[in-house]
Design a binder for this molecule. Structure first.
Ligand code: TYD
Length: 208
């Protein structure tokens, strides 16, 4: 198997972290070598860019600046972590990737999905996910879950309409890329969601 690149997507509060941990344990037990990463972040430089992006004081940040900062953090992560790992036949599980930009900056900020993928082409080249798990949840319910977990960052503090656009944007993307993006109802029980994720990934591995 020539490496496997899995991305996990969803609105804030969809439960990605829990599912990534469970998926990592499952695949590790099967003997796969796993690399976990998150966006924005995952390298020293990308984590520094993350601090700028999510800083609550930077209310004046322009949408294009935001898009390019996410793409910069991603470019460094791809070059330093993801590409080398895939070259060594590892399984990379990334918490968010280019689809987050397509939805948050492209749809919710209104920059346009095509423009976002075009800009990101420079950041990621041909390093595209083999499979993307979308944990589908309404914007309202996701943010309610996040609020119960603690303080909100600059993106999470956006108004309800923004989070609704994010959630709707993900559904549009799942329709646009039905072969790659597997949409799973994030309001189901944790173990049920996990089983659905495993089923999708097993199917992919067997077909590889
Ligand atoms: P994070 O705390 O990692 O959120 P989560 O745990 O929900 O993944 O913060 C990342 C925030 O940045 C989140 O609100 C989504 C947003 N984001 C974008 O707007 N564009 C992007 O390209 C990425 C990767 C994230």
């Amino acid at each position: 198997m020539a490496g496997l690149f899995i991305t996990m997507e969803g609105s804030d509060g969809a439960g990605k972290t829990t599912q990534i941990e469970k998926l990592k344990d499952y695949l590790s037990n099967k003997g796969y070598d796993i690399i976990l990463c998150r966006e924005p972040g995952g390298t020293i430089i990308s984590e520094e860019i993350r601090k700028v992006i999510l800083n609550k004081d930077f209310t004046e940040m322009g949408y294009m600046t935001e898009l390019l900062l996410y793409a910069s953090a991603r470019a460094q992560l791809v070059e330093q972590v993801i590409r080398p790992a895939l070259r060594e036949d590892k399984v990379v599980i990334c918490d968010r990737f280019v689809d987050s930009s397509a939805v948050y900056q492209g749809v919710a900020r209104g920059l346009g999905v095509d423009l976002v993928y075009e800009v990101n082409r420079y950041a990621i080249g041909d390093t595209f996910p083999d499979i993307t798990i979308l944990l589908d949840i309404s914007g309202e319910m996701g943010i309610k879950r996040k609020k119960n977990q603690g303080e909100l960052d600059r993106m999470e503090l956006e108004e309800a309409a923004f989070h609704d656009k994010v959630s709707a944007g993900y559904r549009i993307l799942a329709e646009k890329f039905p072969d790659r993006i597997k949409k799973i109802d994030a309001t189901n029980k944790i173990d049920e969601i996990h089983d659905q994720i495993i089923a999708a990934i097993t199917e992919l591995i067997q077909g590889k």
